[in-house]
Design a protein around this ligand. Sequence first.
Ligand code: UDP
Length: 482
Amino acid sequence: MEDGDRQHVVLFPYMAQGHINPFLALAELLRRRRPTLIVTLVSTPLNIQNIKSSPCPPSLSSIRLRSVPFSPAAHGLPPEAETTAAIPFHQIVTLFHASLSLQPAFEQLIEDITQKDGRPPLCIIADYCFAWSVHVARRFGAFHSIFCTSGAYGTTVYSSLWTHLPHRKTNSDEFPLPEFPDTIIHRSQLPKHLLMADGTDPWSDFLQRQISLLSETDAVIINTVEEVEKTGLRMLRKFLPCPIWPVGPVVSSPSSAIAGNDHIMKWLDSQPPASVLYVSFGSQNTIAAPQMKELAMGLEASRTRFLWVIRPPVGFDVKGEFKPEWLPEKFEERMRDAGTGVLVHGWAPQLEILSHASTGGFLSHCGWNSVLESLSRGVPIVAWPLSGDQLYNAKMMEEELGVCVEVARGNMESSRADRVVVEKVVKEVMHGGQRGKEIRRRVEEVRGLMKEAWTEGPGSSVKGLSEFFRAAASMRGAAMKM
Ligand code: UDP
């Protein structure tokens, strides 16, 4: 079959690991389910280089990777700032604004594809943070879709908060969302930059523009499951006018051979089933120094085995050397000698760890990928949300799904974390007890629903993806008739 006969799909993730990973997983899924599709994934040069050099599953080898030029220095960013993990938090908003400069190069790339294929791509599937790409799709007559890498509830609450800044219109600590009076948000559930936002700041400027562009997209596919996020999807469908198809969970396949991780997997192999609490705050976050000590003391007091991916605390170079003074005295040695706790500095093979039979819980910042990776493996969550949609993911999982318990919130110097609460919650989730048992039962139910969503025939995500392609194809058909 000639390339010209095959449909072309262009994927365009935002420059953050938590966005690139699910887009790669989506690319893998599309190639597996529709082998005749040409799938091109676009990002900046460093990100493309990193994807090429990481161990990838075979289904990804057929993905076309294309880079668009990007100069972080032109925006006052360090030269390697092509992903959020490479910069401190206060520069994240600069990266947002800098990413707008990708538009001409992205447009040129679509032009090149159109020339080569003799027609525009069937669809452009872009990130929530690249909603501006709808203008590019319109120019070429391509179907435009957002792939939402966050959950439905988290996306809706976060978008509604940025759109209306409701906390500025009340002195009360708790307030409802304007479109959703039943959804009550507490001031402590607002990240600092949202709390301070007044509508004229750079965060509001970027996010409000992208959120309003969401209403122009042709469709949203979202990394969640119809039966798991009923409330969130109802809210998102009220918030946005376009069709919304859940296609989750879209999670990468574990890449078994990552050099340098043997010791982690060997240690897990030697632990009893479901006994280890995996602790991680995602690809780019860390907690404050006083919180780190409270967490360490709480873990030690809980007498729970743990595997903690640790980085220098807030205010220090997260990629820099880790200093023992950030932890209780001789903590790492004590845990190592007892064989009950392992600290992994920097990065760990999360999916492999969550898939391991010895892992029985996940103390997580509740980034949506972490949530899906954990629940689809049947691992209950101890929530410590830090920022963005994480705060609403934790709220929804505790209040609606019953699959987690929140242990602390935020990572500012002023955000409290209490060793006694850490000890209590970790024991509750890891060592049975009535609540722990109920959480495990609910997690099993959610795992089952996630599995069913991808069952051939009746699965809701199978149907969601088919309907999405039907809509894209019918727009192509309509354009060809004109
Ligand atoms: N991740 C990993 N190892 C780490 C930290 C993170 O493999 O040490 C992966 C994790 O499996 C997930 C992604 O990075 O796929 C993090 O995405 P998430 O949405 O959970 O959080 P974010 O990093 O975007 O805040």
